[in-house]
Design a protein around this ligand. Sequence first.
Ligand code: GDP
Length: 326
Amino acid sequence: MKKPRALITGIAGQDGSYLAELLLREGFEVFGIERRATLEATHNFWRVAHIQSQIEVHAGSVDSFPSIYSILKKVVPDYCFHFAAQSFVSYSFEDEFATMNVNVNGTHYLLSAIAQVCPDCRLYFAGSSEMFGKVDSSPQTEETRFRPRSVYGISKLVGHELVRNYRESNKLFACTGILYNHESPRRGLEFVTRKITSTAAQIKLGLAHELRLGNIDAKRDWGFAGDYVEAIYAMLMQPTPEDFVIGTGEIHSVRNFLEIAFGELGLNYLDYIIIDQKFFRPAEEHLLIADPNKAKSKLGWRPKVAFEDLVRMMIRADYDYYMKKR
Ligand code: GDP
């Protein structure tokens, strides 16, 4: 029997890499799109290096319609997972226009190309809790009103509306996962969790001496990325396309994260932390917390890795990494 074909945009990123592993386990043929610049620098491929011989990655850019169109023509996927985006909220304050262009056009081009080339292909769009922004109720469900407070959040909301419109007007099987922060040892170093675990590991090994952070009282609903790709997969296996909120339903502060991460190495974070205004955000929301009950009841999904175990998993991975590198 022919294997189902899945195309992942942003396959070399955190979510792309975990999902590629899952799809290979499930017997899919896995294809990816990555920018030529990413492909050329092999260090960008560290998250998928162990499965590189099992995946086929095409050089292309989601902000070019011809590029997406020609890759879809070649691959003709049954499933498409759209992760490629400018995903770091801080950069979206610095470069609003690029964030908007890549995130909105990338999604629009992909939807339009799928509708033309392979209208039966099922599409997953990576939405974000940042779409909720300045919330007036917590926790948030699929029904909560969106009021984004960052250009990143706005760009994701536009993508979400485009997905809804193609689902309703073009009858595409397309849905949005509204995912809360999800972390792992594969998280980018610019995100606060990985910044903490990589720096704490380096401090322990004498490779760094301080950690500069912004608002450490900020709170997030943090889960494990490996759990979240299971929800993403389950969404596209549903009989009908629907949007889902995916998160743990628990919030923790950056301070909690610091305590556990440094504590795991026998250190006290207060001895190393420097609060730096440079890392504060212009508009910060505090009550973003998921109500994942729809995902629980319809997808049978539950987060498996608890917060403390996630922090430990990340700190151990970083410690081992810098230990070997030293
Ligand atoms: P985000 O939720 O996608 O913005 O994820 P981040 O990991 O970038 O940020 C999570 C929270 O940590 C935000 O509330 C930040 O304000 C806070 N934070 C505090 N210090 C830092 C820092 O130095 N870097 C980052 N990235 N976030 C920080």
